[in-house]
Design a protein around this ligand. Sequence first.
Ligand SMILES: [Zn+2]
Length: 223
Amino acid sequence: MKRLLQGYARFRRDVFPQRKDQFHLLADSQQPDVLFITCADSRVVPDLILQTEPGDMFLCRTVGNIVPPQGQMPGGVSATVEYAVEVLHVRHIVVCGHSDCGAIKAVLPPDPSDTRDHRNLHRLPLTAKWLGYLEPAWKFLPPGVSTGDPRTLHVALIRANVIAQLENLKTHPEVARALAHHSLQVHGWYYDILTGAIDAYDQQQRRFLSLEDWAEKNAEGSF
Ligand SMILES: [Zn+2]
């Protein structure tokens, strides 16, 4: 908590005065272009990774960057998506998973070599229920992935889950409508904490490319 209080003092003293005009412009309205849905993990800091500023992105953070399908769990995520699309008219939704995601690890078979494995799902009924939404991810594992190596499987399932949650996202009627009208694009990303690199899911090639390659390939599009 001390760290937070010190940070706040620094923000009020050094940061806010320099950016006062920017904050004043944002005081009464926001027009973010992007809804960014990512994991609650403390190591994923979107504004740092993407160098975004206040007002740039509407954020939604959930354990495992899960987006329950429409109708199954009306709650915070559904309301956030609905508001972002219907009221803010965001043009892009990014679902971003990340390396070493504990949510995904919790649904993998135990790794005997991992001493940090602290899963106790029987004591966490709400988490266990929530992680049930990871189940469809197994369907999106690339063919031929080695399920024998826990680390390989972990990364593959994190990526597969990004695809699964994109599919869940598309079941939300406002998202489906905006996609049909070409007023919205959805994107699946994987962020590697170790290297800082992002890979993007190419929905035509059905594989992940570096975000740089993906951007080059889509340069002709409306991104
Ligand atoms: Zn995570």
